[in-house]
Design a protein around this ligand. Structure first.
Ligand code: UT7
Length: 367
């Protein structure tokens, strides 16, 4: 059975930064309250011409570069997002087209902030089954589009960004060792975005009632998160035959510093084993774990051979954890330049659209 390794990683955040002081100009809040209660100092906000797919493409190309893998070699793309570009088509298909992943299947996965762990686990299982060799997993968000900037309970929390992993088959032991995924739909009401789906399609009334904004019972989500984070970490470690003593790093979902602190206490682990960057990005939902991982790798914190646990929770309710033995890129002689495929992808996409147009025109004439 092949092993599934994380061989490439990339992140991208939009440039504009929104500080706590900026938010204090919009709602009745202040920098001190936000820092004390959440640990957040600032977040990045997408420009008008930036979308989940465009952020994801930047992160994905970087991940492919690290993995030294051409987009044309990808078999599967899974995009996890809490703020997908559309209900359909899948954001994953837009990414597939823009990076030129000519032979990849592509789909979106909806498990809110736990989505990246779920998606990585799905890709790892497909690899271990032998049915695919190379997968791209993405978490990407422009949650700022769904935030009610008049609601101080939620608007202080969220930020935009994307992170991506390349997952590849290898005979070398290690890589993704175990994962657990959980859900509890009885808690569905505590974190929602109701508008635009089949129950509340967009109408004047639905927009007027603010159904297209994130609604949250913060206290309820906080209690749930502190209950499940430590337990899920332990479960995943047990499945991998490891204990907390074997772990070098925990990369938690970056929602609130206090939630991370409580999880660390539960596991009796020092906080300096936790990768924390919620102060600079806020909660980027599915993107938070890969963004934190990429930063930790770039700082030289996570190294080859380290045991790393990813742990997350989110709307649904969903939660999960994954244990990884970090290995890194698979050594290769030839060098590929995934960036160059972007131009090829653009031309290919234009050509396919033109062919579709001509085919449509000709078939109308034949009728
Ligand atoms: O990916 C999952 C996404 N969601 C989460 O992870 C959210 C988890 N929950 C949380 O992070 C926290 O519950 C919050 C940060 C949302 C809120 O922190 P809290 O310590 O639970 O505050 P609270 O809701 O109990 O509010 C305490 C007080 C209230 O005032 P009173 O009733 O005590 O007078 C609020 O009205 O703080 C007030 N408050 C604020 N004050 C200033 C609530 N939001 C704000 C604010 N600025 N932004």
């Amino acid at each position: 059975m092949p092993y599934a390794h994380i061989t490439g990683w990339g992140m991208f955040v939009p440039e504009p930064v929104l500080t706590n002081d900026d938010i204090a100009k919009m709602v009745d809040t202040n920098d001190e309250w936000i820092r004390d209660r959440t640990g957040i100092r600032q977040r990045h906000i997408a420009r008008e011409n930036e979308f989940p797919s465009t952020l994801a493409v930047e992160a994905s190309i970087k991940a492919l570069q690290v993995a030294n893998l051409a987009p044309t070699e990808l078999d599967l793309i899974i995009c996890a997002s809490s703020s997908p570009e559309y209900i359909f088509p899948a954001t994953a298909c837009l990414i597939q087209d823009q990076i030129g992943a000519t032979k990849a299947g592509a789909f979106d996965l909806s498990a809110a902030c736990s989505g990246f762990i779920y998606a990585t686990n799905m890709a790892a299982q497909a690899i271990r089954s032998g049915s695919i060799k190379n997968a791209l997993v993405i978490g990407t968000e422009t949650l700022s589009r769904f935030v009610n900037w008049k609601d101080r309970n939620t608007c202080i929390l969220f930020g935009d960004g994307a992170g991506a992993f390349v997952i590849q088959a290898s005979e070398r032991p290690g890589g993704i060792l175990s994962a657990v995924m959980h859900s509890d739909g009885s808690g569905a009401d505590s974190l929602t975005l109701l508008g635009g789906g089949a129950r509340y399609p967009a109408t004047e009334a639905s927009v007027h009632e603010g159904k297209h904004f994130i609604q949250m019972d913060g206290k309820e989500v906080f209690r749930f998160a502190t209950r499940v984070m430590g337990r899920a970490t332990q479960e995943s470690l047990e499945l991998a035959g490891l204990t907390t003593n074997d772990v070098q790093w925990i990369v938690p979902h970056q929602a609130n510093y206090r939630i991370i602190e409580t999880a660390a206490k539960y596991l009796k682990m020092p906080l300096d084993k936790y990768i924390i960057n919620v102060d600079r990005y806020g909660n980027t939902s599915t993107a938070s774990i890969p963004i934190a991982t990429v930063e930790a790798l770039e700082k030289g914190q996570i190294k080859s051979g380290d045991k790393v646990v990813f742990v997350g929770f989110g709307a649904g309710l969903t939660w999960g954890a994954m244990t990884v033995e970090w290995t890194g890129p698979i050594p290769a002689k030839r060098h590929v330049y995934p960036k160059r495929y972007r131009l090829f992808a653009r031309l290919r996409s234009l050509l396919l659209r033109a062919v579709r147009l001509i085919e449509g025109f000709l078939s109308r004439r034949e009728l």
